[in-house]
Design a binder for this molecule. Structure first.
Ligand SMILES: Nc1ncnc2c1ncn2[C@@H]1O[C@H](COP(=O)(O)OP(=O)(O)OP(=O)(O)O)[C@@H](O)[C@H]1O
Ligand SMILES: Cc1ncsc1CCO
Ligand SMILES: [Mg+2]
Length: 264
């Protein structure tokens, strides 16, 4: 696990272009900014080419999609492929809403994504595995999460981050599991959206491969959340969210190395 990428990220301050959802857009922008990346959000297709050109990576979030936004994502995705810019894809609630699953499948057929980041319900739906997703949440299912993540990665020829109590990162062959985190993440809507954008930030670092970027992003977010939760005396989702932004700014490689729990 190359946690030195955190220092590199802060030195390079890469621009991350987000097609965000309207629920968590400000949390995502502030989380990226606090950590040391440079966020930019856009909903306008006419500026797609300019934004992809200045960005080190793109994050496409399906959370509050509209017909216009789907067209924007198609354009952004195709231009990013032409420019070899990494794309992180967040398929919010595709396990719960058949229309979204169809949109996600169409977009994934239209351009090649670098990383798909979703919870178990979302990744299972994309992999074609039976699962009971619940709205934006993972829901319940009985399958082997590593097998599901691998199947999704092989189907879409990309890295998959299946997040949850344990984050599973795979390129279809290699597997990293990150065991850090806190249940407080589930009480703050948009933790997953932020993880997707942080994966994009690490993938934007020059000459970094997306599998490494995804693993480091998972340790950085889950580890930072764990450090914040350890300081709280009760379950306080609001305080946690504020503390998470502060700690993303302050956290060091050394602190994370001391608590990082992963298998690779
Ligand atoms: N029960 C848990 N224990 C520890 N960490 C967790 C737990 N659930 C989620 N996390 C962490 O929360 C972060 C977000 O993952 P999660 O799977 O909750 O995304 P999500 O369902 O897409 O969230 P959202 O839809 O709110 O954006 C990850 O860093 C993950 O490690
Ligand atoms: C609550 C919610 N609804 C659509 S997107 C979103 C934020 C989590 O992705
Ligand atoms: Mg989500």
């Amino acid at each position: 696990m190359n946690l030195e990428l955190l220092t590199t990220l802060r030195q390079q301050n890469p621009i991350v272009f987000n097609v965000a959802n309207f629920v968590t857009v400000q949390d995502v922008a502030n989380g990226l900014n606090a950590l040391g990346a440079s966020p930019i959000m856009s909903a306008e297709v006419a500026e797609a080419e300019s934004l992809v050109t200045i960005a080190g990576a793109v994050c496409l979030n399906l959370g509050t999609l509209t017909t216009r936004q789907i067209a924007q994502m198609q354009t952004v995705g195709r231009i990013a492929n032409q420019q070899a810019t990494p794309i992180v894809f967040d398929p919010v609630a595709v396990g719960a809403v058949p229309y979204r699953l169809q949109v996600a499948q169409d977009l994934l057929a239209d351009f090649q994504v670098t990383v798909i980041r979703g919870n178990a319900g979302e990744i299972a739906a994309l992999a074609g595995v039976d699962w009971q997703a619940k709205g934006i949440d993972a829901g319940t299912g009985g399958g082997d999460l590593i097998a599901i993540a691998k199947a999704c990665a092989q189907k879409y020829h990309c890295v998959v981050v299946l997040s949850g109590p344990t984050d599973v990162i795979t390129d279809g062959i290699r597997v990293t599991q990150v065991h850090n985190g806190t249940e407080l993440f589930q009480l703050h809507v948009g933790s997953g959206d932020l993880l997707s954008s942080l994966v994009a930030a690490f993938a934007a670092i020059e000459s970094t491969d997306s599998y490494t970027a995804a693993g480091v992003a998972a340790v950085v977010l889950a580890g930072t959340g764990e450090l914040v939760a350890d300081q709280l005396t009760a379950e306080r989702p609001g305080t946690f969210a504020v503390g998470l932004i502060d700690k993303l700014h302050l956290v060091t490689e050394k602190e994370l190395a001391q608590i990082a729990k992963y298998d690779e």
